[in-house]
Design a protein around this ligand. Sequence first.
Ligand SMILES: *[C@@H]1O[C@H](CO)[C@@H](O)[C@H](O)[C@H]1NC(C)=O
Ligand SMILES: *[C@@H]1O[C@H](CO)[C@@H](O)[C@H](O)[C@H]1NC(C)=O
Ligand SMILES: [Zn+2]
Ligand SMILES: [Zn+2]
Length: 427
Amino acid sequence: MRWLISFALLVLVSICCDGVWAVRTESLTRELLKSARDEEFFDWLKSVRRRLHEYPELAFQENRTSQLIRAELDSLGIHYEWPVAETGVVATIGSGASPCFALRADMDALPIQELVEWEHKSKIDGKMHACGHDAHVTMLLGAAKLLKKNHHKSKGTIKLVFQPGEEGHAGAYHMIEQGALDGVEAIFGLHVDPSLPTGAIRSKPGPMLAGSSRFSVVIHGKGGHAASPHKTRDPVLALSMVALALQHIVSRETDPLEARVVSIGYVRGGSALNVIPETIEFGGTFRFLDPESHSYLKQRIEEVIEAQAAVHQCNAVVDFMEEKLIPYPATINDPVMYEHAKRVGESLLGEHSVQLNPMIMGAEDFSFYAEKIPAAFFMIGVRNETMHSIKGLHSPHFILDESALSVGASLHAAVAMAYVDGHARTR
Ligand SMILES: *[C@@H]1O[C@H](CO)[C@@H](O)[C@H](O)[C@H]1NC(C)=O
Ligand SMILES: *[C@@H]1O[C@H](CO)[C@@H](O)[C@H](O)[C@H]1NC(C)=O
Ligand SMILES: [Zn+2]
Ligand SMILES: [Zn+2]
């Protein structure tokens, strides 16, 4: 219903002031992109990104990253709050008055050993910016620099949210708990995409990414000699039946037109060829698009595991780890914010450069912001065959085309300025 009303409003607004908006936005965005592609500016973007890339830090340990962000903000003369959720930084540009728009970047890296041999390879063994969050931070600092130069042209306030712990640790949730969205009316975020060419962006209105939660399980049986199975209670067999039965929750209990996933990601247990082990451990993830599906899946996963274990005279303990690993809701783009960012993107990059994103069952903690206020999340292309930046996110071979840094910085700045500008004039 909220979408429907928003959409009707959008149509009205587009009919009234399309022409004026388009002309103003086009000259603004072109100017921003030109500045961000300027040689000196681009060299600075690259140096920031490479410094971040060399020292990747995991969730809630982003001390050095946070320090670099604050140093750059200091040198730009931009006021900020810190620490927010341990290492997070919230910078403010403008008067503090409404309209207030936020831009977001995530800061954390992954526990992956980088296998790309280049001058700025990760200097930390076993850690790598393989999801491009180094580029996200750089794009937002680039936007800070552009906005600082241009903010006198805008009336309202732009907040820059640098958040820790996106990779499974719900950093966004903790940022919101500590007030990062206070007074903020709408928010925009970007994620690099190595399947999309540099210079292109894409997104979709409504649901774009799934909600995500996890489970870990211990099945307790009775160990013993593998030659005397009748004297044991075999947790290996129990696990085998559990794994099969779990797959029926989606295939037999879910409307085929609704998207849900249940996957087992690890199994651990046993240590000898001729011993039935005492216990088996396993765990996985499940994905959904709404809170009802989340609670349904959770209930059924627990029931199926416990009941199947009992059939085999074993006992299962299921842990959803929700206190430590807060489940992510689905990422749902507000249609009005989506349309706003799409139009700014078209004026910045050309109409054909803005594509429709397919819905995928990956998850993003940007969803916590989108749950609270109108939000738009866009993918930004970093694929360039010549540079071999074609490997997927989370690959140890991940490479990104740094010329996307200028695109991201100017897109961030343009989306925020056009929003604040548009909303200040209609008040
Ligand atoms: C980061 O800084 C905090 C607070 O100063 C400190 O407690 C923590 O140990 C530091 N973490 C790392 C990984 O350096
Ligand atoms: C890819 O990179 C090469 C080399 O840096 C450059 O000449 C080319 O224009 C890039 N292509 C795109 C689509 O950006
Ligand atoms: Zn990631
Ligand atoms: Zn990511």
